[in-house]
Write a protein that binds this ligand. Structure first.
Ligand code: PGA
Length: 226
């Protein structure tokens, strides 16, 4: 099966002009791009673009008094198909708990979005114990049929944005552990670049969640084209 490659632009690029420029360079790629909320408007997306849009986060309510938040229903109405939920940067900087992540997953699924659930251990933590706990709590009381729709992104937190590579063999051990628990599409993320991407794919991951390297059109195209 064709690998699923997802670009997580995080809080980049810093202007609309730069975002449009990057979108244009990605126009012919069969990927999912998750830009900031303000770049999700379909009018910004170049005509005929092949890529699909995803958001980097959403709220757990459909609407209401939550100043500054974006709901899954709003995303759905913009034509957004995917949403990253539980990214470690949200867990760390915005105090998102597994309980919040669980609520977000439920509402995103209700509005037909495909969640990309990020899980992974911090430096020094036991990867298997952490992903097991996160899966148990994040997927709590979600129906089996809905769970199947969720894409899992295994991202060792210590490897995100650091250039500290997680050896593909090591990532594979956690991948197999997750597979023993859940039969979903599983992606790898954490400092992936064009030199390491093929190794993770060989380890059996179904795709990649790419941060930093997805802001460099040439480098990202190399990852996508294997
Ligand atoms: P990175 O980010 O590729 O820059 O490590 C990955 C992610 O945060 O999803």
């Amino acid at each position: 099966m064709k690998p699923l490659i997802i670009a997580n632009w995080k809080m980049n690029p810093s202007t609309l002009a730069e975002a449009k420029n990057l979108f244009n360079k990605f126009k012919n790629l069969d990927v999912v791009i998750c830009p900031s909320f303000c770049y999700l408007d379909s009018k910004i997306r170049p005509a005929g673009a092949r890529f699909i849009l995803g958001a980097q986060n959403c709220h757990w309510e459909e609407k209401g008094a939550y100043t500054g938040e974006i709901s899954p229903k709003m995303l759905e109405s913009l034509g957004v198909k995917y949403v990253i939920i539980g990214h470690s940067e949200r867990r760390i900087h915005f105090q998102e708990t597994d309980e919040i992540i669980n609520k977000k997953l439920k509402t995103a699924l209700e509005f037909g979005l495909i969640p990309i659930l990020c899980i992974g251990e911090k430096e020094g933590e036991d990867a298997k114990a952490i992903v097991e706990k996160q899966l148990n709590e994040d997927l709590k009381e979600i129906a089996e049929d809905d769970i199947k729709k969720i894409i899992i992104a295994y991202e060792p937190v210590w490897a995100i944005g650091t250039g500290n590579f997680c050896e593909a063999e090591k990532a594979k051990e956690t991948l197999e552990f997750i597979r023993g628990r859940i039969n979903n599409k599983i992606l790898y993320g954490g400092s992936v670049n064009s030199k390491t991407s093929a190794d993770y794919m060989k380890s059996g991951f179904d795709g990649l969640l790419v941060g930093g390297a997805s802001l460099d059109a040439e480098e990202f195209a190399k990852i996508v084209n294997g």
